[in-house]
Design a protein around this ligand. Structure first.
Ligand code: ADP
Ligand code: MG
Length: 328
C-alpha cells in the first residue's frame, strides 16, 4: 500500500528503451552491457542504469550518495542539516558545502522567479496535509505566510553558516533537492568513467550521453490525471535533464475543489494555474526542478515568456485542455 502511494506521489515519467536492443544485449551474460538498480530514497523511486558497465560497486556508491544527501537535506529527518537550521531559533548553523551550495542555488531561483519559488515555503507546505486531505484554517495560512520569505536566509561563505533572521522561517528543499542530487550523481558517475547512464530520481531524469547504440533516450511524459503509464507525449534526450512538475502528482479534492502540492507563496494556497504540467529540458537537473515548479505557478503565458528569457532551456507545457505547447 505504502509502495503504491509512493509511486503515485512521484512525478511520473516513463522511460522507453529500444527493447529489442536490450534483449539482445542481455543474452551476453559474461559481459553485461548494462546494470540497473532501483530503491526508495526520499520517499520516491530512484533508478540508475549504467550502460557498457558491470561496475556494481559504482552503482551501489551512487545510491549511498543519494542517501547521504537525503540525510543532509531532508526536513523530516531530525538530524539533517536542514532540520538543524529550522530548529536553530535564529542562531547561525554550520553546514556542509553541498548544503550551502544548494541553498544558494535555491535562493537564486527564488530571486529570478520574483518569489514564486520560495525555498522557505515550509511553514505553508507542512500546513497542507496531503495525507489527511484537510484544507487548513485560513487564519493558520495567513500566519504561516508571514514567515515565508527567502530573504530571511543569510548565507555566510566564509564560515559555512546559515542564519534565519526570522526564527519562524523554515526551509523546505522539496522543490529543488532531487534535481541537485541527480546532478551530483551524474558527476560522481562521470568521475568513475561511466560514459552512458540513465538516472531517474522520482521523475527527475538525467542522462550521461545517449545510449551506447547511438540512440537517444526516449522519455514518455505521463498524461495528467490519466491512468498511471498513459503517456501524452514523448521527448528524446541525450546528455540532458528532463524534469516534470504537475498539479496531478499530489492532490486531494474537497467540496469540488482540487488542492495540489505547489503552493503560491503570495496566497498560501495551491497556485491557481491554467497548466496541468510542465516539463523542463535543460543541461542541469537542478535548473529543471526549480523551473518546472516556477512555470506551474506562473501559468502558460508568463511561463512561456520566462522560458524564452532563459538560455539553453526548453519546456513542454500541458495546459488544462491537454494542449501540448513546446517552447524553445
Ligand atoms: P515533486 O518533487 O513532487 O516532483 P516539485 O519539484 O514541483 O514536485 O516540488 C514540489 C515540492 O516543492 C512540494 O512538495 C514542496 O515541498 C515544495 N514547494 C511547493 N510550493 C513551492 C514553492 N512555491 N516554492 C518552492 N518550493 C515549493
Ligand atoms: Mg521542482
Amino acid at each position: 500500500m505504502k509502495l503504491k502511494r509512493i509511486i503515485l506521489f512521484t512525478t511520473i515519467i516513463f522511460i522507453f528503451t529500444i527493447n529489442s536492443q536490450i534483449i539482445n544485449q542481455n543474452n551476453n551474460i559474461k559481459n553485461p552491457p548494462y546494470i540497473s538498480k532501483s530503491e526508495f530514497v526520499f520517499d520516491t523511486l530512484v533508478s540508475i542504469t549504467l550502460y557498457n558497465s558491470s561496475n556494481e560497486k559504482v552503482l551501489d556508491q551512487a545510491f549511498d550518495l543519494c542517501q547521504e544527501y537525503e540525510n543532509k537535506f531532508s526536513k523530516t529527518i531530525p538530524s539533517s542539516e536542514i532540520s538543524i537550521i529550522n530548529n536553530s531559533h535564529g542562531q547561525p548553523t554550520k553546514v556542509s558545502t553541498p548544503t550551502l551550495e544548494l541553498l544558494d542555488t535555491a535562493i537564486y531561483y527564488s530571486v529570478i522567479s520574483n518569489g514564486a519559488f520560495d525555498v522557505t515555503i515550509e511553514p505553508l507546505s507542512s500546513l497542507w496535509n496531503f495525507k489527511k486531505h484537510i484544507v487548513p484554517d485560513p487564519i493558520d495560512i495567513q500566519s504561516a505566510s508571514q514567515n515565508v520569505n527567502y530573504k530571511n536566509i543569510q548565507l555566510n561563505f566564509l564560515d559555512n553558516t546559515v542564519t534565519l533572521s526570522n526564527p519562524d522561517t523554515q526551509i523546505d528543499l522539496g522543490g529543488i533537492a532531487k534535481g541537485f542530487i541527480a546532478d551530483q550523481v551524474k558527476e560522481f558517475l562521470l568521475k568513475n568513467k561511466i560514459e552512458h547512464a540513465l538516472i531517474n530520481l522520482g521523475g527527475n531524469v538525467l542522462t550521461i550521453n545517449n545510449k551506447p547504440n547511438g540512440h537517444n533516450f526516449v522519455i514518455g511524459i505521463q498524461k495528467p490525471f490519466a491512468k498511471l503509464g498513459e503517456i501524452i507525449t514523448t521527448h528524446q534526450i541525450s546528455d540532458k535533464s528532463l524534469v516534470t512538475s504537475g498539479i496531478y502528482e499530489r492532490y486531494f479534492e474537497n467540496n469540488g475543489q482540487l488542492y495540489h502540492h505547489i503552493i503560491d507563496p503570495k496566497t498560501g494556497y495551491p497556485c491557481e494555474t491554467d497548466l496541468y504540467g510542465v516539463t523542463i529540458i535543460s543541461k542541469d537537473s537542478v535548473a529543471g526542478d526549480a523551473l518546472s515548479t516556477i512555470c506551474l505557478i506562473k501559468g502558460l503565458d508568463e511561463g512561456i515568456a520566462f522560458i524564452k528569457s532563459l538560455d539553453d532551456i526548453s519546456a513542454i507545457f500541458i495546459d488544462d485542455n491537454f494542449n501540448i505547447i513546446y517552447v524553445d
